[in-house]
Design a binder for this molecule. Structure first.
Ligand SMILES: C[S@@+](CC[C@H](N)C(=O)[O-])C[C@H]1O[C@@H](n2cnc3c(N)ncnc32)[C@H](O)[C@@H]1O
Length: 203
């Protein structure tokens, strides 16, 4: 059985990899370009990590709940929030979002480069669906189907990316109706290029 990756162990150096910072910027730009973000919107960023995407979206939203299962990653984000005085991001540590019904509702739920680390995706997407306001959006930037060489360490990698149709089908199974999957960018690793998809679906 594939166990979880230890993100705590890599949290301190996570942001030192330039391609992660570049990717987060491209993802945030694509989200801003694809959706009418509003200062009235409350959002959740699931699998927020050190907040590379969260912090770029925060100025365009009323609030973001930044959720992650790694204390180490969230500690990095908490430190950035404190240092920059960001008023509208709260952090929450949990990995069992879908097992804990919540009264909170969001206009937008993002989850960047996290889905491939989730074994059972449809229950998580169903919980996203239940947590959205009517007409709310889920946005999933993640790897397009790859040959398993993206991660040097396969620990905690449950999916080698997603095909466009496969990602759309997971969203349909979770109850989403209006679904669009497009290309957002490519990640370059040495000689290899790994395309990144962006799925946007409405509640
Ligand atoms: C590849 S990182 C992406 C971080 C961030 N979204 C970004 O784009 O920089 C994946 C993140 O998902 C988190 N994660 C993995 N499984 C999770 C789960 N079941 N619940 C919450 N977070 C999870 C990890 O701790 C990690 O911070």
């Amino acid at each position: 059985m594939n166990k979880q990756r230890d993100f705590d162990a890599v949290a301190a150096s996570w942001d030192e990899e330039p391609r992660r910072v570049k990717l987060a910027g491209e993802i945030a730009d694509a989200i801003r370009g694809g959706l009418p973000l509003s200062a009235e919107w409350e959002a959740m960023d699931f699998g927020c990590g050190t907040g590379l995407v969260t912090l770029r979206l925060a100025p365009y939203l009323r609030s973001i709940l930044a959720v992650d299962s790694s204390r180490g990653m969230l500690d990095r984000l908490d430190a950035k929030i404190l240092a920059a005085g960001v008023p509208n991001i709260r952090t929450l540590m949990t990995e069992q979002l879908f097992e804990k019904p919540s009264a909170a509702r969001f206009h937008l739920i993002t989850s960047a480069m996290t889905l491939h680390h989730i074994q059972e995706i449809v229950p998580l997407l169903r919980s996203f669906h239940a947590l959205l306001h009517p007409g709310g959006y889920v946005v999933l930037p993640d790897l397009e189907a790859e040959d398993g060489t993206f991660h040097e360490d396969p620990t905690g990698v449950f999916h080698h990316g997603f095909s466009r149709e496969g990602l759309a089908e997971l969203l349909r199974q979770a109850g989403f109706s209006s679904i669009a999957v497009s290309s957002v960018t490519e990640i370059t690793k040495g000689e290899r290029r790994f395309p990144v998809l962006l799925a946007i679906a409405a509640e």
